[in-house]
Design a protein around this ligand. Structure first.
Ligand code: SDX
Length: 464
């Protein structure tokens, strides 16, 4: 396969046009740190020498003001509600491309030519099956296992199948690892679903498009021919494109950090799946549906809007808010339209969607949400569409993981190829005990602590 040129070099602009001066008002000392400029978005202060020069760390739990790397893959302007993949607007891509185009774009930096596209399709199709030994891993899970738990286990286990042929210093082997992961995720996810149903595992059908294969792997049965509904396949294509990548989100940062130690890429993506599963991140689409079911009827919406504002109540409106978007999530806009198309095509009148519309209407006009700039995010609609497509709630984040795999592996590849990459090793603000002398147990005083751990093995737990 001709190796596509890497057309987007990942280096911050080296032209140091400005600098920031840091002054310690305690000692009066000052230091100057260069700023680096990207092609768009905020400039950054290059603090790589901060500790060696000034003996201080920055403090930024959650990294809301920290650029962890340079990247040319995705650009987000949260205030303007802009999302670009290699410069292309997300709604243009969702309307005009298929998911394989976007995978090629994220991996190689350009949309594929017709020849590049057909070669890429062939390369992906070559890897859609799972090793038959790997398929046996499923039978080790209880049937009721959460499919995301199965995804973490099976993707992690892939590292046992290709470790000897994944020389991550070889660009071609890095690309094969990327192809394998993109190709196998629908099969891995579908088998988790089929396993929960006790149904046989279908083989992928490489005559279908990627999105058509996802639907067929999930919903076909050996007893009937499975006809792919083109409207549903288009909806699946949009969902995969809209979930493909999203800059340095929690799961992508997890993959980058795990990969920074030169770990096996399959194991790194398994770590990303674990992070995505959280309800504050990719698990939110499942949490949205659970929340809508808990609300139940429109007359209870106001009560939950109030709950979400109560500082004493840790309830949050699932599907609302975003670390970066302080405006509408452009993906939610596209998904909102897709949602109505799917429900119309299927002739579904979904009271859950009506409830979601009511919730959105009230939240968008509520002062608290307006003041905090909390808008519906990608997860708010995806759950309703996936439910309409026939997926059970616990499969929603699996679909998110299938779409996001290309983003994870594109960032892993970019990190492996970036000259400035080094092992990730953040520091901390230490607030623990100062050095103290060791006291042997004979000399330790009795305390009034009454922790009894006997309850762990069935005894009665005494109050602390
Ligand atoms: C995804 O990073 C990405 O790009 C993620 C993602 C991707 O594609 O990878 O876009 C996918 O994860 C989307 C987000 C899905 N999660 C949810 O829908 C869960 C509900 N949302 C919240 O948990 C929250 O909005 C986060 C986690 C998404 C963002 O949290 P932040 O940026 O840490 O915001 P915050 O917690 O600092 O909130 C700021 C204020 C707080 O109030 P104060 O402490 O200032 O008084 O807004 C409040 C929060 O209490 N707030 C909410 C809220 N989200 C934030 N209040 C009620 N309901 C909410 N949903």
């Amino acid at each position: 396969m001709a190796k596509p040129a890497q057309r987007n070099d990942v280096r911050p602009a080296r032209a140091v046009r400005h600098s920031f001066t840091l002054t310690d008002n305690e000692t009066g000392e000052s230091w100057e740190f260069p700023t680096l400029h990207g092609t768009m978005g905020p400039k950054v202060i290059d603090t790589r020498k901060l500790y060696s020069q000034a003996g201080v760390f920055t403090y930024d739990p959650g990294f809301a003001s920290t650029a962890s790397c340079s990247s040319a893959i995705t650009y987000i302007d949260g205030d303007a509600g802009v999302l670009l993949h290699r410069g292309y607007a997300i709604d243009d891509l969702a309307k005009n491309t298929d998911y394989m185009d976007v995978c090629y774009l994220l991996l190689h930096g350009e949309l594929p030519s017709p020849e590049e596209k057909s070669e890429f399709d062939i390369n992906i199709n070559r890897h859609t099956m799972l090793h038959e030994q790997l398929v046996r891993f499923y039978s080790g899970f209880v049937r009721s296992a959460h499919p995301m738990a199965i995804m973490v286990g099976i993707v992690g286990a892939l590292s046992a199948f290709y470790h000897d042929s994944t020389d991550i210093t070889d660009p071609m082997q890095r690309m094969i690892a990327a192809h394998r992961l993109i190709a196998k995720m629908p099969t891995i996810g579908a088998y988790a679903y089929k396993y929960s149903l006790g149904q046989p595992f279908p083989y992928p059908n490489n005559n279908l498009s990627y999105s058509e294969n996802v639907l067929r792997l999930m919903f076909s049965a050996p007893t009937d021919e499975y006809e792919v509904n083109p409207v549903l396949a288009r909806a699946m294509n949009s969902i995969l494109i809209l979930h493909a990548d999203h800059e340095q989100n929690a799961s992508t940062s997890t993959v980058r950090l795990a990969g920074s130690s030169a770990a096996n890429p399959f194991a790194c993506v398994a770590a990303g799946i674990a992070s995505l599963w959280g309800p504050a991140h990719g698990g939110a689409n499942e949490a949205v549906l659970n929340m809508l079911h808990e609300i139940g009827t429109k007359d209870r919406v106001a009560k939950y809007i109030r709950k979400a504002q109560d500082p004493e109540d840790n309830f949050r409106l699932m599907g609302f808010g975003h670390r970066v978007y302080k405006n509408y999530d452009p993906r939610a806009e596209v998904l909102r339209k897709t949602c109505h198309e799917v429900l119309e095509e299927l002739g579904i009148h979904d009271p859950t969607l009506d409830l979601a519309m009511e919730l959105e209407e009230i939240a968008l006009n509520d002062d608290y949400f307006k003041e905090k700039k909390l808008y519906p995010n990608v997860d708010f609609y995806s759950g309703i569409i996936l439910r309409a497509l026939g997926f059970p709630t616990n499969m929603f984040t699996v679909l998110f993981a299938i779409g996001r795999t290309v983003g994870w592996i594109a960032h892993w590849k970019e990190m492996m190829e970036a000259p400035e990459s080094r092992i990730g090793r953040p520091r901390q603000l230490y607030v623990g005990s100062k050095k103290r002398e060791f006291t042997s147990v004979a000399n330790r005083e009795h305390t009034d602590r009454k922790i009894s751990w006997s309850w762990l093995w069935g005894g009665k737990k005494t109050a602390d």
